[in-house]
Ligand binder design. Structure first.
Ligand SMILES: NC(=O)c1ccc[n+]([C@@H]2O[C@H](COP(=O)([O-])OP(=O)(O)OC[C@H]3O[C@@H](n4cnc5c(N)ncnc54)[C@H](O)[C@@H]3O)[C@@H](O)[C@H]2O)c1
Ligand SMILES: O=c1ccn([C@@H]2O[C@H](COP(=O)(O)OP(=O)(O)O[C@H]3O[C@H](CO)[C@H](O)[C@H](O)[C@H]3O)[C@@H](O)[C@H]2O)c(=O)[nH]1
Length: 327
């Protein structure tokens, strides 16, 4: 089977591409290499393209036809929450227009299986601590809005022309499945802590006065390799009987606080880590943990790695990279 992966040169996409290649599938990656790296996709075919650019729908449709693609996994998107607040039109242009082109091209080329990268950011500030998919989604930033709009387009296309669509709402992704596929962007807690240490600076902890057991925010950390396996499960699910539209959390149901993550990183690395406590960061919900029950029941998927395993893999990949930290 041939699978087209947009954003396949990125952090999560490259893990999925590697799993697919290991399974013997053919993979076509469409990526503009803005944050992705061509060296991460092995011998997959690379088509360099901005999926939100002019003529992208036509180019995508031609690519789908040329390679007889049967399924698409769509990762290509901008993902910085803070930037999305500053530049909403850019985020809608990139994430919404890009996805419109992908769905339009699939309709044009008659390709009907699609897995979409959604986000726990669709939930906004939930009133419950463990969220289920049936909860009303109310994003609080443009990034989360673009993901919810994507889910709506998937639902509408499934009704209109039979698109088989699965949206996966990822919780906090971390770690590395292979040492050469660590998260290269320093935008989330684990790489941000390691980046500060590599610079000889103290890591920052944004707020220790939340209504949580240790006062720091609680998140649901999912190993990027477990997350990648959820995409393989989703492809299998879409190949089955008629299942037009579905949304799943990809979390573990277990929360870890920022302090627990920092202490865990100290434990697995042997580093002494003393974070400086700074004021709360705007827009951070105190607790965001995803119930994995639906995806487990429907697809049999479950996240296997615990926090220590996630952190060990992140540390190992960091040490294999260009900014090794002396312990
Ligand atoms: N990393 C997370 O914690 C997280 C959480 C929830 C959802 N997501 C979503 O998962 C997806 C992948 O995230 P990631 O962490 O691997 O990010 P990433 O930045 O490493 O990967 C994104 C990839 O898409 C490419 N890309 C971006 N815009 C493009 C465009 N307009 N045209 C073509 N290629 C484009 C980039 O070059 C890159 O290779 C994104 O949709 C993101 O919103 C990520
Ligand atoms: O240097 C840092 C970096 C982060 N944090 C804290 O660590 C927690 C996790 O922060 P991240 O930035 O790693 O992740 P978020 O939970 O803010 O958001 C991430 O997960 C979301 C889904 O839960 C979205 O998908 C989003 O795109 C993705 O960045 C937050 O409480 C944050 O305040 C710190 O204390 N210090």
């Amino acid at each position: 089977m041939t699978i087209l992966v947009t954003g396949g040169a990125g952090y999560i996409g490259a893990h999925v591409v590697r799993l697919l290649l290991e399974k013997g599938e053919s993979v076509v990656v469409v990526d503009d290499l803005s944050t992705g790296q061509a060296g991460r996709i092995g011998n997959a075919t690379l088509v360099e393209l901005d999926v939100a650019g002019p003529q992208a729908r036509e180019t995508l449709a031609a690519t789908l036809r040329e390679h007889s693609v049967e399924a698409v996994i769509h990762f290509a998107a901008r993902k910085q929450v803070g930037e999305s607040v500053q530049r909403p039109a850019y985020y809608y242009q990139q994430n919404v227009n890009g996805f419109v082109n992908v769905v339009g091209a699939m309709e044009d080329a008659g390709v009907d299986r699609l897995v979409f990268s959604s986000s726990a950011a669709t939930y906004g500030m939930p009133s419950v601590s463990v969220v289920e998919e049936k909860l009303h989604a109310e994003p609080i930033n443009p990034y989360g809005e673009t993901k919810l709009v994507g889910e709506w387009l998937g639902r509408a296309a499934s009704r209109a022309w039979g698109l088989r669509f699965v949206a996966l709402r990822y919780f906090n992704v971390a770690g590395a499945g292979w040492d050469d596929l660590g998260d290269p962007a320093v935008l989330n807690l684990v790489p941000m802590v390691l980046d500060r240490i590599a610079r000889g600076e103290s890591p920052r902890l944004f707020g220790d006065d939340y209504p949580t057991p240790d006062g720091t925010c609680v998140r649901d950390y999912i190993h990027v390799l477990d997350l990648a396996k959820a995409h393989i499960a989703a492809l299998g699910y879409l190949g089955g009987d008629e299942r037009p539209f579905d949304v799943f959390n990809v979390g573990t149901g277990e929360g870890s606080s920022v302090r627990e993550v920092i202490d865990g990183l100290a434990r697995v690395s042997g580093l002494t880590i003393d974070p400086v406590v700074e004021p709360r960061r705007a827009g951070d919900p105190p607790v965001l943990v995803g119930s994995p029950e639906r995806i487990n029941t429907v697809m049999g998927w479950r996240g296997e790695a615990g926090l220590d395993e996630i952190l060990e893999s992140a540390w190992s990949a960091w040490q294999a990279g260009p900014r090794r930290i002396d312990v």
